[in-house]
Write a new protein. Structure first.
Length: 340
């Protein structure tokens, strides 16, 4: 991606003409990443990834045609993810899928495609839908996309990821309330049936909450109990837990920190967390002031609500999402999409 960023700067020098706001945000992000590395005398590629990824977003966001390429690329990726998921039931040695083994259901597979987690795959499905709804609004053509919409919806549901589902429902609250009502009815009906047959713990059990609390044990030991003043301010410069910490917790195979806020604290400290909250809040507030209620809602959910469940700050999905939102915000009413 670094090579791509340099190529864009070389081929399209006008891309460097950014707003003062963008330069300020980018400067603080770079400062956060560099200070975290310097203070801890440690250089890890992943914590420094936002420097390159955000540069890519700001440079490419000036070229609205990229959204067509993203739509095609996401379409093929999601289709391949579903195909590989079906194949995984015959060839379990594949790496392009996950399962619910951690929940005691190893026979249920979930799609991953060519990304790292089910959560990231689900976010890519959401991004596809965001572009899809913009295409339909801009072109008025819906028939050509119905089959693709069905495939992507199926892929999203197959993730069985509650955070992705909530994101999907936020999207539908603005774009397809009738379908949202159908989902709500089906969920309520399912809950009633499960309670009647004595399986209500699937929805109302505390196992998931307990598991998420246990997953934070490593973070608490590493950051709160093993940190210094400098650690609290600038983080540890690493988003992974050390083996010494893993040896002292229940979830000793989870080196990553799943909670978004905990990950930001551990990696970049309160300085990085504050930069994220302030810049994200200003962005959402600007969308509200522009009366972009739909964009404000999905950005607010993705930035601040889903971070309680997981984190994608060092995943490509976060920056693709941000890129798509910036293009839509800047070019609403002027985008001209190709029909595929």
């Amino acid at each position: 991606m670094a090579v791509l960023v340099m190529a864009i700067c070389w081929l399209y020098p006008d891309s460097l003409k950014q707003s003062t706001e963008n330069y300020i945000v980018y400067g603080f992000v770079c400062l956060t990443c560099v200070l975290s590395a310097v203070v801890n005398l440690i250089i890890r590629p992943i914590p420094l990834f936002p420097i390159i990824a955000l540069a890519f977003v700001f440079l490419v966001a000036r070229h609205k045609q990229i959204i067509d390429l993203l739509f095609v690329a996401l379409t093929w990726h999601i289709i391949m993810g579903v195909i590989l998921l079906m194949v995984s039931y015959a060839y379990k040695d594949m790496i392009f899928y996950s399962s619910l083994a951690g929940k005691g259901l190893p026979f249920i597979h979930t799609p991953v495609g060519f990304v790292s987690t089910v959560q990231v795959f689900g976010t890519l499905c959401i991004i596809w839908m965001i572009i899809y709804f913009e295409k339909v609004k801009a072109t008025g053509h819906k028939k050509g996309y119905k089959f693709l919409y069905f495939i992507v919806t199926l892929a999203l549901l197959l993730t069985l990821n509650r955070s992705t589902f909530l994101f999907y429902f936020v999207l539908l609250a603005f774009k397809d309330r009738r379908l949202l009502c159908i989902y709500v009815f089906l969920i309520m009906l399912t809950i009633v049936i499960l309670v009647k047959v004595g399986l209500g713990s699937i929805f109302f059990g505390t196992q998931t909450l307990t598991s998420r609390s246990e997953l934070l044990e490593g973070f608490n030991l590493s950051f709160w109990r093993g940190g210094t003043i400098m650690t609290y301010i600038f983080g540890k410069g690493d988003n992974f837990l050390t083996q010494d910490i893993l040896n002292r917790v229940k979830w000793d195979f989870r080196q990553d920190i799943e909670n978004g806020y905990a990950m930001l604290l551990h990696t970049y400290g309160f300085f990085g967390l504050t930069i994220f909250i302030i810049s994200g809040s200003i962005f959402v507030l600007k969308l509200i002031l522009e009366q972009r209620w739909y964009l404000a809602a999905i950005v607010g959910y993705y930035f601040f609500v889903s971070s309680f469940f997981t984190q994608e700050f060092v995943s490509v999905s976060f920056y693709i999402f941000l890129l798509v939102i910036l293009i839509i915000r800047k070019n609403t009413g002027t985008l001209r999409y190709k029909i595929i």
